[in-house]
Design a protein around this ligand. Structure first.
Ligand SMILES: Cc1ncc(COP(=O)(O)O)c(C=O)c1O
Length: 215
């Protein structure tokens, strides 16, 4: 084995299972190794666990996703590189051409811009309302094309606190998905919402909480 190969493949043993580090290590590797091509094939067929490429899945990010899901009592979590990408990913995954979505005058500016400039180009219409216009929210939720409602609590920068129960209940009754951009209260809201709102208001309703973390 030449020196380059030796250096590339040098490994010290992982700690024994009963001797793990208190804080999980940060995995900085872009790629992960497999013993053989047969194992790679198994991995891609979903026949074995593992990691392949960090942009798909990375143990450190995976742990954060699992932890957030655990705290929020949800099935799964997805961590993204920034809050705006979390918002974009959520909207992009849930909306198709012809759909309409409710957003607010008080929404975070980049969220407003997504509706007023970006999604418009793909045939998605944004319905702009005030967070406190309950009649408008009800009416918009009743429209067949309305697929989702995205809001913040509290909002940035006005710190307005909407009636979360009203928004989620109304959305739920009309099959509209509620998305809460949770930036401003982060952990605190997650814990309160996990025990109150999610379990009582939106149990069987798709409700995505977009949590923006500074990491
Ligand atoms: C309400 C709200 N949503 C989303 C974001 C975006 O977060 P990021 O800067 O990580 O993209 C911010 C950032 O301040 C915010 O205040």
């Amino acid at each position: 084995m030449n020196i380059h190969t030796k250096l590339n493949h040098f490994r010290i043993a992982s700690p024994p299972i009963d001797n793990s580090p208190i804080v999980s290590p940060i995995y900085q590797s872009a790629k992960f190794s497999f013993e053989s091509m047969a194992e790679v094939r198994k991995f891609f067929r979903g026949q074995r666990p593992g990691y392949f490429y960090s942009r798909y899945k990375n143990p450190t990010v995976h742990e954060l996703e699992a932890l957030l899901a655990e705290i929020q009592g949800t099935e799964a979590g997805i961590a993204t590189g920034s809050g705006v990408s979390a918002i974009f990913l959520t909207l992009f995954s849930l909306l198709s051409a012809g759909d309409e979505a409710i957003y607010f005058i008080e929404s975070y500016k980049p969220t407003r811009i997504m509706f007023e400039k970006s999604f418009k180009k793909f045939g998605v219409k944004g319905i702009r309302l005030s967070l406190f216009d309950e009649a408008g929210i009800l009416e918009a939720c009743q429209r067949q094309q309305t697929k989702l409602i995205i809001f913040e609590s509290p909002t940035n920068p006005q710190l307005a606190c909407p009636n979360i129960s009203f928004i989620c209940q109304t959305a739920k009754e009309h099959g509209v998905t509620s998305i809460l951009d949770n930036t401003f209260l982060a952990f605190i809201t997650i814990i309160i919402l996990a025990s109150i709102t999610i379990s009582t208001v939106s149990q069987s309703l798709p409700m995505a909480i977009v949590t923006v973390w500074a990491v």
